[in-house]
Each structure stands twice: as C-alpha cells, then as structure tokens.
Design a protein around this ligand. Sequence first.
Ligand code: PHE
Length: 454
Amino acid sequence: MIVGQGREQWGSKLGFILSAAGSAIGLGAIWKFPYVAGTSGGGAFFFVFLFFTIFVGLPILLAEFIIGRGSQKDAISAYRFFAPGTGWHWIGKMGIVGSCILLSFYSVVGGWILIYLVKTVTGGLSGLKKQEFGQLFADATANPLTAIIAQLVFLFITILIVARGVQKGIEKASKVMMPALFVCFLILIVRSLTLSGVGQGIEFLLYPNFSSLDSKTILFALGQSFFALSVGVSCMVTYSSYVPKQENLPKSATTIVLMNIFISLLAGLAIFPAVFSFGFKPEAGPGLLFVVLPAVFHEMPFGMVFFFIFILLFLFATLTSAFSLLELVVAALIKDHQSKRRKMAWITGMIIFILGIPSALSYGVLSDFKIFGKTPFDLADFLASNVFLPLGALAISIFVMVKIPRKTLLQEFSAGTSSGKRLFVAWLLLIRYVAPIAIIIVFLDVIGVWDLFF
Ligand code: PHE
C-alpha cells in the first residue's frame, strides 16, 4: 500500500488480492479450524462450515468489498457515505470494538508462535518424546511473564508495520511467503498421510456424523466461516477501499474463499491423522496445533529445520491478519489524516495489549478464573467469533439490501468482469435472503426459541 498524504492505494493489481488473502488466511484456517473441528465432532462440522463459507461468508465478503470500493472510505465513513445522517455507521463502530476484542486474544496466540520460534532456534524442541509435546505447550503458555512478553512483542511488530504504513513491503513478501506456506503444508501432509492413524484421521475430519451436531456446533461453524474470511467487522471494507475501480471483485472474493477452504483442509489433513496415530485427543482445544505438529515434524528427517520454516511462515500468515485488524481500527480513527497514523497505531495497539492481558494469563494464573463459565481467553474468542462477527455480518447484509441502490451494487459487482450480470442475480439472492435468514436461524436456535414452537 502506498501511504502518502490523503487516500492510499494498493501498490499493484496483485497487491489487493494478496493483502486480502493475507488478512483472511491466518490463525482462522490454520489454528482455529482444526481445534474447533476437533472439539465439535469433526466431519459434520466441516460440512456445515463449508456450507456457511460458500453460501453466507462469500456473499458477505463480496458485500464488504462493494461497500469499501464503492465508498472509498474507512469502516465508519463508508456507512455514512451510503446512509448519511443515519445510525448505520454503528456497523463500523461495532466492527472496531469486535476487532479490538479479536486482536486481544489473537495476539496471545501470535505470542505462542513466537515462543515456539524461540524454542525451535534454541533447541528446546529437540529430543522430546511425542507425549512430551503436550507438557511443553502447557509449560510454555502457563508462565505469566513469558505469555505477556510474547503477546507484547507480537503486537509491537503489528503496530510498527501499521504505524509506518509499510504494507507495500508486505505485499511483496506475501508473493513468496504464501506459496511457500502451501508447499510446507503439502510436505507435512505427505508425512501425516503416511502415518498409521491416517484412516481414522481422515474419517474424523471428513466423514459427517450429523448426530454430533447441535445448535452450539452450528453457531461455531458459522463463526468459524466468518473468522476465517475476516468478514463481519468491516475489515474487508477497509482493505477494498484502497482498490482501483477496474478490479474484478467477484473473482477476488472467490479466490480468497477457495484458498481459505484449501488451507483449512490442509491444516486438518496435517493434524488429524497424527492425532490418532500418536494417541492425542482431537478435542484438545486451542493447544491442538502446538502439540500435534511438532510431533509430526519430529517423525521427519531434518524435522526441526522444517518445523522452523513452518513456524516462520505461520507467523507471517498470522501477522498479515493482525495487520488488517489493527489497520481497520487505525484507518477508521484517523480517517484520511495520515499524519495521525503513527500515534493512533500505538495508542490502539497498547489498549489492545492491556485488554489482552487476562487472555494471556488464561493458561496460567487465571486458568480457574471463569466468566460465564469461560476463561478470559475463551470468552474473548467466543464474543468476537460467535457474537460480533455474525451480528456484524447480518447487519452488513441488511445494509446492502436497504441502503445501496441496485444500480450501484451492479456497477461495483460487475466492474472488470465479463459475465457479471447473471452472477449478480445469484449474489443478490444470497445476500438478501440466504445469508440473513441463515444467521437469524442459527441465533434463534442457540437462544432456544425453536424449542418454544417444536
Ligand atoms: N481471518 C483472520 C484469520 O483467519 C482473522 C481476522 C478476522 C482478521 C476478522 C480480520 C478480521 O486469522
């Protein structure tokens, strides 16, 4: 992104898609998908997630693109642009709150990645037995000082990049890092798929046992599809506001969705065969990746070298998502006054750090401290993923329906495309009916309203 006085633009045509994909692909697909699939029964969760991603997440992603590029404004001003003098800009404001909550626990996991990076370099992972990786994760995350410092360092890097507006460098790095991440996963999968637990692992991930589905699992699948696509908090509104008018938005959105599903699948295929082969538990929770993957690498020649490369790429993918979360908040607060960027990045970054401290301590001193039966980490995750993102997404779908004229929608949708018109009708159907109705049904189901009638 080129940051000067006034409005910014992505450095190249590829810049936008890479950056938007960079925002989308991160902890959601790599870390959260396997662990939530693991705690939610596996295959059935995967199919519900797939349904929501394609029929709800994708249309909303496109809606965010249209709002962003159509207005060329930040997450709050964009809504004011289309609906001046109304309360619709609260979608953006709620998005900012949601992003801060999200980044507060996201940075804790980012910190864990840093801890593992240091451990790999200093040899702390070599020579361990498979079963010892669980203990390693527990020890690494329980130490309050390490957890907080790691979280802070992760946020520092995020703030530095957003403060300087040097996303241009990131765009370039993404060109190499993203494909490298794919390759790394493929190598991992070859190893995982030749382990003895492969049948059980694949069956767990892909065989849908729909009797394991309940309303909570369905809500989690909905939240997961939004989390992994970065939709619901107007992050993609912000990113697409830097997009040139000739960019083909439906194509960009579809590419991002497909990449995301692919990476989620790769992460699942890398993890679950090993879970069964090594005797871990699929429902291990947020530590799943950190416990299982080092054990898989351990089974490979030069395992620790590969693990080092993997963890670096994983860190990069996580950072590019974290930038987008902070960028959305900063861009909305400074509007187009770039001179305030640095100060605002530091202030909001530090507020998010303080907000995240209880999450950082959730695996140590605060592990018994529960609010609504959840640790601060789980609560922040639940609120962001399963409340703010779906509600934001619902509001966005209604906003598009009632506030943006059909002509404008069509114009933004079909710019740069050849077969825009027919696809447009399909998208309208999804965004007007399928997406809002699906979200409302999931919420009613969770609240238990259904039980009153059936
Ligand atoms: N999509 C990001 C990930 O999967 C997280 C994210 C959510 C980023 C919402 C921005 C907005 O890691």
